[in-house]
Structures are given as structure tokens and as C-alpha cells.
Design a protein around this ligand. Sequence first.
Ligand code: NAD
Ligand code: APR
Length: 236
Amino acid sequence: MTDIRNIVILTGAGVSAESGIDTFRADGGLWEQHRIEDVATPEGFARDPDLVLRFYEMRKEQIQTKLPNPAHQALARLEAEWDGNLLLVTQNIDDLHERGGSKSVLHMHGEALLALCSACEARSPWPGVMVERPPCPSCGAAALRPDVVWFGEMPYRMDEIYAALGACDLFVSIGTSGAVYPAAGFVREAKAHGAQTLELNLERSQGSGWFDETRLGPAGEIVPEWVDQMLGGSFT
Ligand code: NAD
Ligand code: APR
């Protein structure tokens, strides 16, 4: 086993599923309840902004009723006690990692609790009711949209993510289907730079074949077990 100091963790909807938040591609998931074209693309927003704003208003309200689960809490403990470098990248737009105790979370797909001004690009907390088109707190324009990365848009802070993938000793993917790029390609980027790779998921994902090891089970159980191993020095 190589000495592990620098870790990159990628989480997906499966980590929040343990808190009762719908995933995207499970039976009955978000993409069966809503067409991606209508609610998660710039074209959908231009076509019917009220529909999109109501969709993210609903997601924000759903998120605010949920609580972090043992997977979030275990990742926060790892952040606090790990003596190497740790980058937590999430595709999730909820704030459960933060409410579970993580201090540094890179939201590559944005955050449901933030609004982005299309006029001045300032971010601000999601205002009361977006469908009433409140003015941007910074520039006053009625040009607020969800601060969420839609299909076809570039995720946030990719340079920082690729730099960390190039320097990590261990890449861990938790609760993601490996259906959406560029996140789905992170495992290959880490492997190409010599990292060990581990997947924690309820079932095998589209990218499972790229991982050195895949452990199956609910994130609320297998993530705390893995963190205990890492902090106890018994991860091999
Ligand atoms: P992609 O080609 O990786 O799409 C993977 C899956 O997403 C497809 O199989 C399809 O199910 C769905 N999809 C993607 N684009 C779609 C579209 N325009 N209409 C309907 N379904 C679509 O995704 P992409 O288009 O290459 O976009 C990838 C970019 O979008 C990445 O930057 C990703 O981070 C971002 N993204 C963000 C969200 C979000 O809601 N935050 C959703 C998906 C993708
Ligand atoms: N514990 C662990 N993993 C779980 C659990 C659980 N309790 N429940 C579901 N999963 C796993 C599923 O096996 C699946 O691999 O979570 C994954 C959910 O996959 P998706 O619904 O595709 O969600 P995600 O991979 O996060 O989607 C990626 O696509 O639509 C976009 O922006 C959206 O960020 C999202 C991206």
C-alpha cells in the first residue's frame, strides 16, 4: 500500500439519498419527475423561467427539511482529523455536507441555496420567492437565477479540481452514477497520476470498472466504516 497523504473525495446524490433527498436516475428519481431539458438547461430557463425557478424553489424547500446523515458526519470527521490534504468535491447542490460539519466543500455544480445574478455575476443567498423576480442585492437588476450549473454549462473551479486529482494518492467516489461528465472522468484522471481509487456506492456504477476497489452498501454505513479505517491506519 502506498503512503496516503493527499485525498480527493467526489460525492453525488447517493450521499444525500441517505437523508431522504431524491437522486436523479433512480426509479422515480428527479429526472423521471421532470424533464432535464425543461429544468436543468439554459435553454429550458430561457423558455420558461418560472417553471425552472419553481423547480429549484421546490428543491431548496425539500433540502431544508432534511438532515445530514452519518456519511456527511464521517466525512467531516475525516476532514478534522486527517493530517494530510483533503479536497471534498460534491456534485450535490444541497448544504448537507456543511450542516454535517464539513468546513471546506467544493460545489462543482453550484448550490441550491444561492442565487446568481446574470447581469453582474454576484452571488447572494436565495431570496424569499424567486418567481417574483427580486432585484439583485448587488446591482439591482431583476436578473437572478439559481446558482446551479446546468447541462452544457461548465462546472465551477475545474482547474482546482484537476490540480488536486493530479497530486492525490487516493481518489474516493461516493454515491454517484458516473453518468455525467466531467465528474465521471475524475477517476481516470486520478489513476493516470498514480492514485489508488475506491468507489463507495449502493450498486455498481457506470464507472466501476475504473476503480481499484468498489464497496457496495448504503453510504450511511460504508462511509463511516471507511473513515474509521483511514483514521485507524488500517485502510489497505
Ligand atoms: P452529459 O452529456 O454528461 O449528460 C449525461 C446525462 O445527462 C445524459 O445521459 C442525459 O441523461 C443528461 N443530459 C445531459 N444534457 C442534457 C440535455 N441538454 N437535455 C437532456 N438531458 C441531458 O451532460 P452535458 O450536457 O455534457 O453537461 C455536462 C455539464 O453539465 C457538466 O458540466 C455537468 O457538470 C453539468 N451538469 C449540471 C447539472 C445540474 O443540474 N447541476 C446537471 C447535469 C449536468
Ligand atoms: N448510498 C450510496 N449510494 C447511493 C444510495 C445510498 N443510500 N442511494 C443511491 N446511491 C447511488 C446510486 O447507486 C447511484 O450510483 O447514488 C447514485 C445516484 O446517481 P444519480 O442519480 O445519477 O446522481 P449523480 O450521480 O449525483 O448525478 C450526477 O447529474 O443530473 C446531474 O447535476 C446532476 O449532480 C448530478 C449529476
